[in-house]
Design a protein around this ligand. Structure first.
Ligand code: OXD
Ligand code: MN
Length: 602
């Protein structure tokens, strides 16, 4: 196969082989240019794949609807295909590579007939950085091309960086017939390959994101001595110009995007902080020459949840999505704009809902439940450069940013205090392994159920999580100076179900304490789970929080904690001999600390 764009023989042979399998009518190599973007948008509008939104009110914005059964990541159809099952571990679906390739080959066979196969060369991370990895995605979806164009650095410059022999992840995607019974999301870490078929939902098909930047990258990180994590990165700049960076892992739809785009609350405005949004979903981290942990955001855009995003909850996101944004599965208004629950208190008098049906405010289904205008997992895809707290120098830095603190969080109505600090890195790994959250709309399945989701990586770790914990412990040993590790919970509620903490911008009050602790500036109170702030350590200026509420926010009740240990022990026991001894000991030590508290009480 001759090609004027690249002389990378392996790439050319692979494209040829995949085209023989999928039999597209034509192959188009994407160059990433503005004219290509315009052409693809017009073509997608012509076929109905995209709807052009009101260009006066929303310049450069488009609308897309997925199939109704294709609105979230399908974890039960997502597999890690390693030669040995034990390398995928007990928390991943596993299929032997030969069987997986064969099954998927049947689904890919002829799937692109009558369609175009687009070749998308993309880089996760700044082109040329030691952090970065190159992938090439083949897809029959213009929606995928246009989203990848926002989410990654994409086009000719990437092929140039790849040269004739560079390594790349082979990513194959076809919508095929969008049938959930003929859908598979397959990862072959040993072959640096991803095959995704039968879906058009972002998390399943924008293969640079969850599939490459987390599942494949976590595996590469384990082999090569770095980390790929489901983390936001945010910079907090003081008036003296010093910026400190925090990375935070939270399960899907727990407010990572909101935290990454935090706006300081009124009461702290006088302190003159400036927040920089480095990333909202993924962090790649390496140990720098100075022995500290450095991170980049490998992505180039946001694929954020819309419901609940509005001027009060996330004004910066609202600014970010004013133009050049793709809206997926929200409601389409008669004036060519879009609406979703939580955007504002002004729903349109009528609209077309995410399913394509007529919608009016207050509509109820046959069971009397409100009919939603937008799917709870409806999304925006927008360039990171449009975010008011975006900093191009940070984003394009090939070295990344030094991380001062790591925070773990989840959505927990009870149990977990507003914030606590682990005793040290090793204990921080243990704390990360306890992350649990109520299931949200980002995953297919029962909502609301609490599930353990260590480091928020349960659906994204591309190898055995027992080895993953070991990798975390070893990374800690290799660092000269480790970030401090914290756990937070913005979602604690009182007996009436009311949130105890205002969240959003006020979370800066907690981040302030986290940085003070990282800088060795404040003392703390030791508890059986870690250190919590001393009374008066959190700056609550301007916040009308009564002392009772504050007490409740930091309540650590052995009667609530101890019954949860069994589920954690059982979870960790699944890893058998792969579970690091350190975590076993940490389980026992925690139990002993709680026993001591009980003894002292009696
Ligand atoms: C996401 C997710 O889309 O975690 O970021 O599901
Ligand atoms: Mn995510």
């Amino acid at each position: 196969m001759k090609n004027e764009r690249t002389n990378h023989a392996e790439l050319l042979n692979w494209v040829k082989a995949m085209a023989e399998l999928c039999t597209p009518d034509r192959i188009v190599w994407c160059d990433g240019s503005e004219s290509e973007k315009k052409r693809l948008e017009q073509e997608a509008v012509g076929t109905g794949e995209l709807v052009e939104l009101n260009q006066e009110k929303m310049p450069g914005c488009f609308y897309h609807r997925t199939a109704v059964n294709d609105v979230a990541r399908t974890e039960h159809l997502t597999y890690i295909c390693t030669s040995k099952q034990e390398d995928a571990g007990p928390t991943n679906n596993w299929m032997a590579p030969e069987e997986a390739y064969e099954k998927a080959r049947q689904l890919f066979k002829g799937a692109m007939k009558g369609r175009t196969m687009y070749v998308i060369p993309f880089s996760m991370g700044p082109i040329g950085s030691v952090f970065s990895k190159i992938g090439v995605e083949l897809t029959d979806s213009i929606y995928v091309v246009l989203n990848m164009r926002i989410m990654t650095r994409m086009g000719t410059a990437v092929l140039e960086a790849l040269g004739s022999k560079g390594e790349f992840t082979k990513c194959l995607h076809s919508k095929a017939d969008l049938d959930i019974y003929r859908r598979l999301i397959l990862h072959f870490p040993e072959d640096n390959t991803i095959w995704s078929v039968g879906s058009g939902y972002g998390g399943n098909v924008l293969l640079g994101k969850k599939c490459l930047a987390l599942r494949i990258a976590s595996y590469l990180g384990m082999k090569e001595g770095w980390m790929a994590e489901h983390m936001l990165i945010l910079g907090i700049e003081k008036p003296n110009g010093e910026i400190q960076y925090v990375a935070g892992a939270f399960p899907s739809a727990c407010g990572k995007t909101n935290l990454a785009m935090l706006v300081p609350p009124e009461g702290l405005k006088h302190k003159g902080y400036r927040i920089w949004t480095v990333g909202d979903d993924i962090a790649w981290m390496r140990i720098g020459k100075d022995g500290r942990l450095w991170a980049i955001n490998p992505e180039n855009g946001f694929f954020g949840v819309l419901p609940g995003t509005g001027p009060a909850t996330n004004p910066l996101a609202m600014e970010t999505i004013k133009e050049n944004t793709i809206f997926t599965n929200v409601a389409l208004c008669p004036d060519g704009t879009v609406w979703w629950e939580g955007k504002d208190d002004n729903p349109p008098a009528e609209a077309i809902d995410w399913k394509g049906d007529k919608w009016q405010p207050g509509m109820k289904d046959k069971d009397g439940k409100p009919v939603l205008a937008a799917h709870p997992n409806s999304r925006f895809t927008a360039p990171i450069s449009q975010c008011p707290s975006f900093n191009p120098k940070i984003h394009e830095s090939t070295e990344g940013v030094p991380i001062s603190a790591i925070i773990f969080g989840g959505r927990r109505a009870g149990l977990v205090p507003l914030v606590y600090e682990s005793f040290n890195w090793r204990h921080g790994v243990f704390v990360g392994s306890q992350i649990a959250s109520e299931r949200t709309a980002a995953q297919f399945g029962k909502q609301g159920e609490v599930r353990l989701d260590p480091m928020a990586m349960l659906p994204f770790c591309g190898y055995n999580m027992g080895d993953y914990f070991k990798h975390w412990l070893e990374m800690g040993k290799r660092m000269k100076s480790q970030p401090k590790v914290f756990r937070v919970n913005w979602f604690r509620r009182d007996q009436n179900g009311k949130f105890l903490w205002p969240g959003f911008g006020d979370n800066l009050r907690v981040l302030e304490w986290i940085l003070d602790r990282s800088n060795g500036k404040v003392d703390a109170v030791e508890t059986p789970i870690g250190y919590i702030p001393k009374p008066n350590s959190l700056d609550l200026t301007g916040l009308n929080l009564n002392p009772e509420t504050l007490k409740e926010l930091f309540d650590i009740d052995p009667g609530e904690w101890m019954p949860t240990f069994l589920a954690e022990e059982e979870f960790l026991a699944q890893f058998g001999s792969k579970l690091p001894q350190e975590l076993r000991e940490d389980l026992e030590d925690r139990e002993k600390r709680f026993q001591a508290v009980l003894k002292n009480k009696h």
